[in-house]
Design a protein around this ligand. Structure first.
Ligand code: GSH
Length: 266
C-alpha cells in the first residue's frame, strides 16, 4: 500500500477511483478490529487482576469491621486466616508487611496497610462502585471519620483492656471501672444516633460497619437493655447490612464463647 501511494496521489491513479473507497473502508474496519482486540485484552487483564489479600481472624472485632465494610460495598477480597495463638502474625514474613504485627493487615498488590479504619477507607475510596459508604462530601466524611476515631480510640481499647488480661494473663474478673467505661460510651453512641437510623446520619456508612463489630463484641460484657436506640440500631445492622451474617455472626460467636462467662448483669 505504501509503494502504491508513493507512486500516485490515490491508490491506483493520480485521481480518485472506487478502489480508494474500498481501501479506506478496509482500513477503518482494520482500525476498529484493533480497538476491539485491545479493549478485550484490557478487560481480560482487569478481570484477571487478583483481589487484595486481607490477613484476618474471625474473632477479631477490627477484622470483622473490614469484612462487613467490603461486604456492604461489594468489594472482593482474598481473605487469609492468620492464627494469633500460633504466633503466625509474629513470623518474619508477616513482620515485613506489618512491623506492628496486628490483624487485619491488607496486601494490595505489594502495597501493605494495617489498622482496620485505614484499610476500609482505602478500599472504599479505591474499589467501591460509588462513595455512599464513605462520601467525598467533606462534612459527611468528617462525621464518619469522627466515628471511626471513636471506634479506634475508645471502643476497641475497651475490648482489648478486658480481653487481653483474660487471654494472656489468666485474669478471671473484669474490674468494675472497665464495665463503667463501656456503659459511659454506650451512652455516647445513643447520643450519636439521635433520631437517625445510622451512626453518621440517615445512610449506612463505614461508621456503622466498624462500630457494629465492636458493639456486638462489647455486648458480651454489657447488655443493651438500657440503650434502646443502640439496641434498635444493632437489629437494623443485622437486617440491612448486606452480607452481615457471614461477615460478623460467626466471629461474634467465637468471641462470646471465649468471654461469655464474664457477661455483666450489673
Ligand atoms: N486499631 C487496630 C487494632 C488491631 C489489633 O490490635 N488487632 C489485634 C486482634 S483484635 C491483634 O492483631 N493483636 C495481635 C498483636 O497486637 O500482636 C485496628 O483497627 O486494626
Amino acid at each position: 500500500m505504501k509503494s502504491f501511494s508513493e507512486a500516485n496521489s490515490f491508490v491506483i491513479n493520480d485521481w480518485q477511483t472506487s478502489t480508494d473507497y474500498f481501501v479506506e473502508d478496509s482500513f477503518s474496519l482494520f482500525n476498529d478490529c484493533i480497538k476491539i482486540v485491545s479493549y478485550s485484552i484490557l478487560t481480560i487483564q482487569e478481570t484477571k487482576m487478583t483481589p487484595p489479600i486481607l490477613y484476618s481472624t474471625d474473632a477479631s472485632p477490627p477484622c470483622r469491621g473490614v469484612l462487613l465494610a467490603v461486604a456492604a460495598a461489594g468489594i472482593k477480597l482474598n481473605v487469609q486466616e492468620i492464627h494469633l495463638m500460633d504466633g503466625e502474625h509474629r513470623k518474619e514474613e508477616f513482620l515485613k508487611m506489618n512491623p506492628q504485627h496486628t490483624l487485619p493487615t491488607l496486601d494490595d498488590d505489594g502495597f501493605h496497610i494495617w489498622d482496620s479504619h485505614a484499610i476500609v477507607t482505602y478500599l472504599v475510596d479505591k474499589y467501591a462502585k460509588d462513595d455512599s459508604m464513605y462520601p467525598k462530601d467533606l462534612q459527611k466524611r468528617a462525621v464518619i471519620n469522627q466515628r471511626l476515631h471513636f471506634d479506634n480510640s475508645i471502643l476497641f481499647p475497651a475490648i482489648r483492656e478486658i480481653a487481653a488480661p483474660i487471654l494472656y494473663k489468666g485474669v478471671t474478673e473484669i474490674p468494675q471501672d472497665r464495665i463503667d467505661f463501656i456503659k459511659q460510651n454506650f451512652e455516647f453512641l445513643e447520643i450519636f444516633l439521635g433520631n437517625s437510623d445510622w451512626m453518621a446520619g440517615n445512610t449506612l456508612t463505614l461508621a456503622d460497619t466498624s462500630i457494629i463489630a465492636s458493639v456486638t463484641s462489647l455486648m458480651v460484657f454489657v447488655p443493651l437493655d438500657q440503650y434502646p436506640k443502640l439496641a434498635a440500631w444493632v437489629k437494623r445492622c443485622e437486617d440491612k447490612i448486606p452480607g452481615y451474617a457471614k461477615a460478623n455472626t460467626a466471629g461474634v460467636k467465637i468471641f462470646h464463647n471465649l468471654f461469655g462467662k464474664f457477661f455483666s448483669k450489673a
